[in-house]
Design a protein around this ligand. Sequence first.
Ligand SMILES: NC(=O)C1=CN([C@@H]2O[C@H](COP(=O)(O)OP(=O)(O)OC[C@H]3O[C@@H](n4cnc5c(N)ncnc54)[C@H](O)[C@@H]3O)[C@@H](O)[C@H]2O)C=CC1
Ligand SMILES: CC(=O)C(=O)O
Ligand SMILES: [K+]
Ligand SMILES: [Mn+2]
Length: 350
Amino acid sequence: MKIYRIAVIPGDGIGKEVVPAAMAVLDKAAQVDGSFQFEWATFPWGCNYYLETGKMMPDDGIEILKGYDQIFLGAVGMPALVPDHISLWGLLIKIRREMQQSINVRPAKLLQGLPSPLRNPNGFDFVVVRENSEGEYAESGGRIHSGQEEVAIQNAIFTRKGTERAMRYAFEMAKSRRQHVTSATKSNGLTYSMPFWDEVFAEVGRDYVEIGQVSNHIDALAAFLVMKPENFDVIVASNLFGDILTDLGGAIMGSIGIAPAANLNIERKYPSMFEPVHGSAPDIAGKGIANPLGQIWTGKMMLDFLGYPELGLKVLDAIEATLAQGIKTGDLGGTATLQDVTDAVLHHLQ
Ligand SMILES: NC(=O)C1=CN([C@@H]2O[C@H](COP(=O)(O)OP(=O)(O)OC[C@H]3O[C@@H](n4cnc5c(N)ncnc54)[C@H](O)[C@@H]3O)[C@@H](O)[C@H]2O)C=CC1
Ligand SMILES: CC(=O)C(=O)O
Ligand SMILES: [K+]
Ligand SMILES: [Mn+2]
């Protein structure tokens, strides 16, 4: 029997609730398949750990994680007690960087059984390929002076290597989808990074003449996702633009609580990390009412990456069957608890 050793980091807030729910679904999926099992190792890293030790994870945390096949993470952040830039950069973004998880794949589509808040969702089905290692999220800059004289500088870093890597990944993905890539730009406002981004998109695009290719400014693109989301297939975006577009992707599905994501080390040299789009949702944490579907769909993406796409589809079918039954948490307008939804998914997964 094949064993997958998965490092689990529930993290903070609702991460602690949705992760065990998704683990139960993944264990059931493994049972349905019958050829493999998960062996979970849970690490209590996050903001409570920080409040006790002064660190979000131990100094050898990255080395520990390298010993596992993949990482399954919930969410990080306890903004009332730990500043967000400390908590996220000390754990989530640190893992993304040090494990060279350079691509963040975030699908969004109209689900069976879940009406979109859009009047005309037109069966939209797109994937955002978010550059995940650089761009606007760069530890480059500083703060000087204080009071009225204070200055803050935040640099964005775009390398040819990182930019090209994200774009090639997007074009390759489009080959097995609907043959179209949209690039999110803002070259009318950002005078260095985005003209460079556009040039690299045009260059890489020449290797994929059979794939449709369009650039949209990020502001217009955000509006198009609301007005005609069906026009998009693969969207390639920088780190910040991709971050914003994918909360929007969740919202037009029905809730950011269902949006999944995968931080991929595409070279498969280090573990990849599977964590949903949403954060730790402090406003609803600890009540048992968080939507576990984003974390469960994220688990489906881990199954895909491990080489079980048909099993992954069964998980997505079970999610849709649950929604079609009307078993929905409060973010989707329902009254079901996290446990009700998880039980229904487990029931439908046969
Ligand atoms: N990848 C990560 O670990 C992320 C962490 N964060 C962190 O999470 C904390 C809260 O950030 P926010 O900006 O409030 O974003 P958030 O995604 O945690 O929450 C935004 C809104 O969506 C709702 N929501 C999110 N997930 C839900 C779910 N599964 N079920 C039902 N409702 C859900 C929340 O209740 C809240 O009203 C901060 O510390 C932030 O830095 C934020 C985004 C991503
Ligand atoms: C940090 C964050 O919001 C994200 O990676 O989606
Ligand atoms: K998350
Ligand atoms: Mn985000």
